[in-house]
Design a protein around this ligand. Structure first.
Ligand code: GAF
Length: 387
């Protein structure tokens, strides 16, 4: 399967650029099991990699030119000069790969040019990290081709910088780290303060369960303001409470912290979400580590309520997925990713999957929402070289 994908992408590269690529790399999208909007608060997250991935065929160049092409976007090859790359100069898809080259060079790495052809199966705008997959696949390819010797977490930091500064989206570090560092059959327990990681075995099929992703088809975009407002509100909360980041408010001290915020009602809600969400991540980790997988269901539901009511980033389509799935017998469900649309996840017994899927599809039809895309997510490998 990977070989066939690599061959298709490599042969398109040859048609476009007139020579075989130096190599082909892949980087996955992700779903986040729990730990939402905690990553820019130095908190905890727990994503796992999807089988959907961005694939890049790449050759190095020595002449300061970057050529980019995507199978997923109309249009020909874009040609850029490395010396012209400048933050927020590009509003199209090329900003992601070009931003990675810019960030590598800004950090002093000798990248002298590349020809790149990309093809991705990660749905875009679905809250499944299609952008991070594009960034990481390019970063990994250039890391190999220019022998930069960077580790996965270092590539993640550079890609986050590309997205924050070059693209102009104030995202955290979760998605890039997930794409770079996840392992098949595991969820990644990540401390976003120091990027320390623990791979937690997560094999639902072995226990007779499934995790469904329901893409509501409502498109989200992180650079469009609401994400940045939440982030700024969290930073204001940390400043008012005199801590570096909301991660520093212990769960046991939450009530006292909320009382100190007085009439800052919106900040209080944001703080409550972040502090309780960090605690939920830790609870999910200990449930999984003690073999109580089914018991994570209610924790996912709590997380959804917190994102809907305190963080206020859900939408009617996401709420409908969660409510319908739970009524149809799911063990747990919640929105995943940045919010304002995108996808929800549903934890279910294998035997209930068809009934739950049918119930969600029917509920969407009744509400006159577009037909959602439902698929099963299995924890897949992180970024790697294909050929
Ligand atoms: C998006 C961002 F890119 C992540 O950094 C993270 O903040 C997430 O939203 C919310 O948990 O995917």
């Amino acid at each position: 399967m990977s070989e066939a994908v690599a061959q298709t992408v490599a042969s398109r590269f040859s048609e476009l650029y007139g020579a075989e690529p130096d190599g082909v790399w892949a980087a996955p999208g992700r779903v986040n099991l729990i730990g939402e909007h905690t990553d820019y608060n130095d908190g905890f997250v727990m994503p796992f990699a999807l089988p959907h991935q961005a694939v890049a065929a790449v050759s190095r160049r020595a002449d300061g030119v970057l050529r980019l092409h995507s199978a997923d976007v109309e249009g020909g090859v874009s040609e850029l000069r490395l010396d012209d790359l400048a933050p927020e100069s590009d509003k199209g898809w090329t900003a992601y790969p070009a931003g990675v080259v810019w960030a590598l060079r800004e950090a002093g790495h000798a990248v002298t040019g590349a020809d790149i052809h990309l093809a991705s199966t990660v749905p875009s705008g679905a809250g499944l990290s299609s952008s991070a997959a594009l960034e990481i696949v390019v970063a990994l390819a250039l890391n190999d081709l220019f022998s930069l010797g960077l580790r996965g977490w270092q590539l993640a930091r550079l890609c986050q910088r590309a997205e924050n500064v070059y693209v102009g989206a104030p995202v955290g570090i979760m998605d890039q780290t997930a794409s770079a560092c996840c392992e098949a059959g595991h969820a990644l327990f990540l401390d976003t303060r120091d990027l320390s990681q623990k791979q937690i075995p997560f094999d639902l099929a072995a226990e007779g369960m499934r995790l469904l992703v329901v893409d509501t088809q409502v498109k989200h975009a992180h650079s469009e303001g609401e994400y940045g407002k939440r982030r700024a509100g969290c930073e204001k909360g940390a400043a008012l409470l005199g801590v570096d980041a909301l991660r520093d408010i212990p769960y046991a001290g939450l009530d006292e912290a909320l009382a100190r915020l007085g009439d800052e009602e919106e900040v209080r809600r944001l703080v409550r979400h972040v502090v309780t969400e960090d605690e939920r991540v830790e609870r999910v980790v200990s449930l999984l580590e003690s073999g109580q997988t089914r018991a994570i269901g209610p924790v996912l539901v709590e997380g959804h309520a917190s994102l809907r009511d305190d963080f206020r980033i859900s939408c009617p389509e996401l709420d409908l997925v969660v409510d319908t799935a739970l009524t149809a017998g799911a063990l747990g469900a919640r929105m995943t990713g940045g919010g304002f649309g995108g996808s929800a996840i549903v934890l279910a017994e294998e035997a209930d999957v068809d009934a739950i899927t049918k119930a969600i599809t029917e509920a969407f039809a009744t509400a006159n929402f577009p037909t959602p895309r439902v698929f099963e997510a299995t924890p897949s490998p992180g970024a790697h070289r294909l050929t």
